[in-house]
Design a protein around this ligand. Structure first.
Ligand code: XMP
Length: 508
């Protein structure tokens, strides 16, 4: 399979670069600059290498550098931002630092003709974010783009297939960024673009048919996107040899447990065991109010419940997990040398023995997992569902969890989600929270003293930071009115207008 290496120097857009490459049908892998050598790069047969950005200056002693030999091994390279400066530095150019040259944001750029810039207009807008710049290009290189401030916005040595851009072609603010990446992939690296999700499914199914033949495979199905796609994919390959355990901890949203059971048990005919463990979880959570303690109890109890159920099944050969690519990417600058096995709710079971772990989605980004999910005919509402935390509604009820509070929250949350959907308003995540504040109200002629429900909706790309969503007053009004009318015991509804930071998305 043809592939591109994204050599990670610690930039914030590294995953985005890999995704952009893959959107063109070319498989891309991210590797930290200090975990791969030039000979390994050659041996792996990469069609091209992209040096990423990074926060450093090439002259800093601690800045990440790479073996110069890479420039001589006839693999095309594209350097981006820090990666561009590093290429210039490695090839003998001069890098300078000057605050009056520093550029941030959308910037007008003037291109010259080259393979990298072919078929794009001479003048357009690019996205810049730098203080250092390439003052003089190395011998054998020529400048192929400038801005009003930056003398080398792009450069190349066409003979050696070395290209560098100071700006970020991977972000949408760069007007012809897509074309530049396409030119690199198809004109310069001569890729064919054969990485397609249909083929991914076919290959994975064929592979697991072979390698898992006659083996019993166990999967924890949560109803989230990753484990769902993993389950349907493996079911296609090995059918009833796959057993899925769905632990319903009783902290799911309204009707969610039944929906998962209906979809996977009935529609897809999966070998599914639903464990109704609400009582078990509630008894462990009795009297617990501290958020971290709630999370720990739920994580631990989840594994124990899973183990108890798995032990009933008998011998298991393989444990399958819905790990995806962002879970396993190591940071180029961090010292996390080991790749962690990821589990949403707290670790691997330790009393069930199994010989092998399979992670069919370990090379896919979330959006690719969703495409696979759609191609496997998993219902849209599941494939595109908003994130839902492993500890479920427990982190959306302030204070002790009780059956009654869960019931109140489920109803309020369902109304809010329904109204938002009806109004066709968008937010990346939205839900209700049951606070522990009671307040006085009036209903008919009577005084009430009910609980306060908070509504939360956020708009975000990555959930690391998030804005509170500017929902319309109409939708908030409708949700508030329905919740106070239809959910007994609620006398007040408030809307959370805190972004992240300083708040987190979840209340606990
Ligand atoms: P916070 O609250 O940290 O949430 O701003 C960021 C995103 O992560 C989700 N979240 C979780 N997801 N297990 C999960 O799988 C968890 O324990 C967990 N806690 C928060 C949250 O819903 C939001 O999308």
């Amino acid at each position: 399979m043809e592939k591109i290496l994204v050599l990670d120097f610690g930039g914030q857009y590294n995953q985005l670069i890999a995704r952009r490459v893959r959107e063109n049908g070319v498989y891309a892998e991210i590797k930290p600059y200090n975990k791969i050598s030039v000979s390994q790069i050659e041996a792996e047969g990469y069609k091209g290498v992209i040096f990423t950005g990074g926060p450093n200056s090439v002259y800093d002693e601690s800045s990440p550098h790479f073996d110069k030999e890479i420039l001589n091994c006839s693999i095309p390279i594209l350097g981006i931002c820090y990666g561009a400066q590093l290429m210039a530095y490695m090839a003998g150019g001069e890098i300078a630092s000057a605050n009056d040259i520093s550029e941030y944001g959308k910037t007008k750029i003037y291109y010259e003709k080259s393979k990298l810039t072919s078929n794009i207009p001479g003048t357009s807008i690019c996205f810049m974010s730098h203080t250092d710049y390439i003052k003089s290009v190395p011998h054998g290189f020529k400048v192929i783009a400038k801005t009003d401030n930056c003398p080398t916005a792009a450069m190349c040595n066409e003979e050696k297939s070395l290209y560098a851009v100071q700006f970020h072609p991977e972000v949408t603010h760069t007007e012809y960024g897509k074309e530049i990446l396409k030119n690199f992939l198809f004109e310069i690296c001569r890729c064919s673009g054969d990485w397609k999700m249909d083929e991914f499914i076919e290959k994975a199914v064929a592979e697991y048919k072979q390698t898992l033949k006659g083996k019993r495979v166990l999967l924890a199905l949560s109803g989230g996107v990753d484990s769902s796609v993993c389950a349907v994919l493996l079911n296609k390959a090995i059918g009833e040899n796959l057993t899925c355990i769905f632990v319903d901890h009783g902290l799911l949203r309204k009707d969610e447990g039944d929906f998962v059971e209906k979809t996977f048990g009935k529609q897809f005919g999966l070998n599914l065991i639903r464990v109704n463990a609400q009582e078990r979880f509630l008894s462990k959570l009795k009297g617990v109010t501290e958020p971290e303690q709630k999370r720990k109890i739920i994580g631990e109890e989840f594994i124990r419940t899973f183990e108890d159920e798995a032990k009933k099944i008998g011998k298991i050969d393989v444990l399958a997990q819905g790990t995806i690519y962002p879970d396993i990417i190591e940071s180029g600058l961090g010292d996390s040398a080991t790749i962690k096995s990821h589990h949403n709710v707290g670790g691997l079971p330790d009393v069930i023995s199994f010989e092998q772990i399979v992670e069919p989605l370990r090379y896919l980004f979330k959006d690719e997992v969703r495409i696979v999910g759609e191609k496997l005919n998993i219902p849209k509402e599941l494939v595109w569902r908003q994130p839902f935390p492993g500890p479920g509604l427990a982190v959306r009820i302030i204070g002790e969890i009780t059956k009654d509070k869960l019931e109140t929250l489920r109803e309020a949350d369902s109304i809010f989600r329904e109204e938002l959907k009806k109004a066709d308003e968008s937010a990346n995540q939205y839900f209700a929270v049951l606070t522990d504040t009671r307040s006085v109200g009036v209903m008919g002629d009577a005084r009430t003293y009910g609980v306060t429900v908070a509504l939360r909706a956020v708009t975000t790309d990555d959930f690391m930071t998030a804005q509170w969503s500017r929902l319309s007053f109409e939708v908030l009004e409708k949700a508030s009115s329905r919740i106070t009318n239809e959910v007994s015991g609620v006398s007040r509804v408030v809307y959370d207008i805190t972004s992240k930071p300083p708040a987190t998305v979840e209340w606990e």
